[in-house]
Design a protein around this ligand. Structure first.
Ligand code: NAD
Length: 258
């Protein structure tokens, strides 16, 4: 059944950097469910690698550069995508950024510049991309973003990114209300910690993983492939009544006390 869930659906995946990226695990899952995929990459540095991966998964998959910090690149993405596809059914926003020096020590030491950069790339980018792409969702559809429990609870060293994720989650609710009348759903998927390039930027990330394995109701870590299953749910017609939600794909960690 999963094979047909996204048959004939066009989904844009943003945030693949390498095979460990959560966006990549999601793309592989969506492909199995029959979706047509398009990809973006952040900059020239990622072009060849992401291009090879995309080509291997879906020969001829549209591939576009898009640094979400640059409005002109988001405009160019929307224009180029509009020439490839007549409609869009799904968007995977799986990207974030904060300076490494802001991801350790005291949150109270956060710089103005570091705060604004984390907000811009990790939260506002969802608004910026949605703003430009929602007109392409002519038959409705589903937008998902990736978040983390650090938005709701204090997670040591997550600091400025936790505040950006809180802003991202609030943006999900406002976007869901705006776009609901158009049949477009907007949800966030809150993943547990997964070893990726971005995660390694958070100081003592390995300690977070250790604690998690012991305390999680499932008593194990949740790999990106399992997060991808929840992404498929949110992008498919199985979740047509779900919008403005934060869905935890973290093995249940968020329900725990100390
Ligand atoms: P990753 O490093 O593989 O992916 C991050 C992506 O963000 C990369 O593809 C990078 O190119 C992109 N990016 C950064 N700045 C950008 C910019 N200016 N323009 C365009 N793209 C930009 O790491 P990941 O862990 O797969 O992260 C994906 C998402 O999942 C992020 O939102 C992250 O916060 C979230 N998340 C990760 C974890 C985890 O533990 N890894 C847990 C919960 C949520």
């Amino acid at each position: 059944m999963a094979e047909q869930l996204l048959e004939g659906k066009n989904v844009l995946v943003m945030g693949v950097a390498n095979k460990r990226s959560i966006a990549w695990a999601i793309a592989v899952f969506l492909k199995k469910a029959g979706a047509n995929l398009a990809f973006t990459y952040q900059s020239e540095r990622f072009k060849d690698k992401v291009g090879r991966m995309a080509e291997g998964l879906e020969p001829g998959a549209p591939l576009f550069p898009c640094d979400v910090g640059i409005d002109a690149e988001i405009d160019a993405l929307a224009d180029a995508l509009g020439k490839k596809w007549t409609k869009l059914d799904g968007l995977v926003h799986s990207l974030a950024f904060a300076k490494k020096e802001e991801l350790s020590g005291m949150f109270a030491e956060t710089s103005r510049e570091g705060f604004l950069l984390a907000q811009e790339i990790s939260a506002y980018s969802l608004v910026a991309v949605t703003k430009r792409l929602y007109p392409m969702f002519s038959e409705g559809g589903s937008i998902i973003t990736l978040t983390f429990l650090g938005s709701q609870r204090v997670v040591p060293n997550y600091n400025v990114m936790g505040v950006a994720k809180a802003s991202l989650e609030a943006s999900v609710r406002y976007l869901a209300n705006d776009l609901g009348p158009l049949g477009i759903r907007v949800n966030a998927l809150s993943a547990g910690p997964i070893r990726t390039v971005s995660a390694k930027g958070v100081s003592d990330f390995n300690k977070m993983l250790d604690g998690m394995e012991e305390k999680n109701p499932l008593r194990r870590l949740v790999p990106a492939e399992e997060v991808a299953g929840s992404a498929l749910f949110l992008l498919s017609d199985l979740s047509t009544a779900v919008t403005g939600n934060i869905l935890y794909a973290d093995g249940g960690y968020h329900i725990m006390g100390v």
